[in-house]
Design a protein around this ligand. Structure first.
Ligand code: ADP
Ligand code: MG
Length: 499
């Protein structure tokens, strides 16, 4: 995406730093619990509160999660990495430093393949992934004159995943975050829940003339907590920089905050006030040395990730678009596979015609899941994991459609009723009397009546207005409450309208 400035076009350059909370029952260097929503300071060990003399002990699970994530983004797992102290003073950081990794991270390099709206994909390079501790949280709204500190998050393991400045639009940044979140969730290494703060993003934004050799000066927008806000913040910030430069000013490298109510960014601290973190290796921790065997073991246990699954679905005959939608969430792909299994497992003969029929059926199933079912979930604000229609019941609904018991139109209503009541398709169809009418006598009677009641339209049609045919079909469907078999309606209408 290029921005149209007064003086011509501008390119946006974006690099993202994502903080992903590691899924682990205990913290990075202590045994305290990490569950979300606990009472303030209920999950704080002496290490997390930085009592004198306390020593950090690394949590093996967190290291394994970082390795898994590194493999999931095709990074290089470094056999030796080093923990450093990043020094700064703040009320929610009792030690006065955060343990992080600086010059020698656990993962170097990597890539994330993003899916763009037009079906194209792009590979975005990842610079590094390192492990670090989270800080505590200052609570400013609990008392009129005091600030309270909650250390539950203090010491929780984070993976910081830094991208190269290769993203070129808010849409690409959104696609990057969604894909990264999808990979983390498939791996089970971060729950990706941005509202609860378990995935947060810093967006670095600069602008330059298209094709310019050098990057412009960047601003960093801190701690944005939804994909939509990241996209809004980038768009606002890029336009602000263009207006500033075109007005004769220059961009100062600074840290900014996004105000989601106003949709704007505002300065937080300038480069002169940038922290000097005085990094140095933490003397309480030895360098982290990984065994090749441990890495190899994790490699063998890796699940199929969204890109591989998407390629498999495309090879299976699904369209690129639907394959991307179904694989974005592991639960959606599992749902699809359950429904497809229910409906196709009984088709035994592996003859070419059966294979072709199954491919068509799969695409239909995929379309209905990403169409009707996703709409139902959206309306009700629930995830597919909590779908009010189980995969088994959805398969039952499709079976009634495929065998002609109900029409496509009625299927839509049955799906809604199933979602409202939790009942299966057969029960809803029986209770509401929605069976498709395939009785040619009944349909013929409806056709005759529509023809008799609309003499003028019939004359128009017979006079050459062929486009009216669809209108007649609609009338007959309406007269039969949408239950008439559409194939039979078409056939009978064609016969009778000729006169
Ligand atoms: P720091 O350590 O100060 O945060 P880094 O060099 O590690 O700086 O960069 C942090 C992030 O900023 C990375 O995601 C990188 O891609 C991005 N970045 C660097 N330069 C630019 C630029 N000119 N415009 C946009 N993003 C940039
Ligand atoms: Mg930074």
């Amino acid at each position: 995406m290029l921005i149209d400035g007064k003086s011509g076009k501008w390119e946006i350059v974006i690099g993202l730093e994502v903080h992903a909370q590691v899924v682990s029952n205990a913290k990075l260097f202590s045994g305290a619990a990490t569950a979300f929503g606990a009472a303030p300071n209920a999950q704080v060990s002496l290490v997390d509160a930085a009592f004198p003399g306390m020593l950090p002990v690394i949590n093996r699970i967190c290291v394994e999660q970082a390795i898994k994530t590194g493999l999931g983004i095709n990074g290089t797992i470094n056999r030796v990495s080093v923990f450093d102290r990043k020094n700064y003073f703040y009320a929610d950081l009792p030690a006065g430093y955060q343990i992080s990794q600086y010059t020698r991270p656990i993962v170097s390099g990597g890539k994330v393949t993003i899916d763009l709206a037009d079906g194209r994909t792009r590979e975005i390079a990842v610079t590094r992934l390192h492990l670090e501790q989270d800080a505590g949280k200052s609570l400013h709204d609990q008392h009129p004159t005091k600030t309270y500190v909650d250390l539950n998050r203090s010491g929780v393991a984070l993976m910081e995943i830094v991208s190269e400045p290769e993203l070129r639009s808010p849409d690409e940044a959104g696609a990057y975050l969604r894909k990264l979140r999808s990979i983390l969730r498939y791996l089970g290494t971060c729950d990706g829940n941005m509202e609860e703060g378990s995935m947060r993003c810093d967006a670095n934004v600069s602008v330059r003339r298209p094709g310019a050799a050098e990057f412009g000066t960047r601003c960093e927008i801190k701690n944005v907590n939804s994909v939509r806000f990241v996209m809004q913040a980038i768009e606002y910030e890029a336009r602000r920089q263009v207006a500033l430069i075109e007005g004769g000013g220059t961009v100062d490298q600074e840290t900014r905050l996004f105000d989601s109510d106003a949709g704007t960014t505002r300065p937080m601290r300038s480069k002169e006030h940038a922290h000097d973190y005085r990094y140095f290796p933490d003397p309480d921790l030895l360098p982290l040395e990984l065994d090749e065997g441990v890495i190899a073991h994790i490699k063998r246990e890796m699940p199929e990730l969204p890109d591989a699954k998407k390629r498999r679905y495309i090879a299976m005959g699904l369209s690129d678009h639907v394959a991307a939608l179904l694989t974005a969430e592991r639960e959606a792909s599992a749902y699809f596979e359950d429904v497809a299994e229910e409906l196709t497992s009984k088709i035994e003969t592996p003859v070419p015609e059966a294979a072709a029929a199954i491919a068509v059926m799969r695409q239909t199933i995929a379309n209905l899941i990403t169409g009707k079912l996703f709409a139902i979930l959206n309306d009700r604000g629930v995830s597919i994991a909590n779908s009010p229609i189980s995969a088994k019941n959805f398969a039952g609904l499709l079976r009634l459609t495929f065998d002609g018991t109900i029409s496509n139109r009625v299927m839509q209503d049955v799906a809604e009723a199933m979602a409202d009541t939790g009942k299966d398709a057969k029960t809803v169809v029986a209770e509401k009397g929605l069976r498709q009418v395939s009785d040619s006598g009944a349909i013929a009677a409806a056709v005759d009546k529509v023809i008799a009641d609309n003499a003028a339209k019939v004359a128009d049609y017979r006079g050459g207005k062929q486009a009216l045919f669809g209108w007649f079909v609609g009338q007959v469907m309406k007269a039969t409450g949408g239950k008439a078999n559409p194939g039979m309606v078409n056939e009978l209408l064609k016969k009778k309208l000729v006169g």
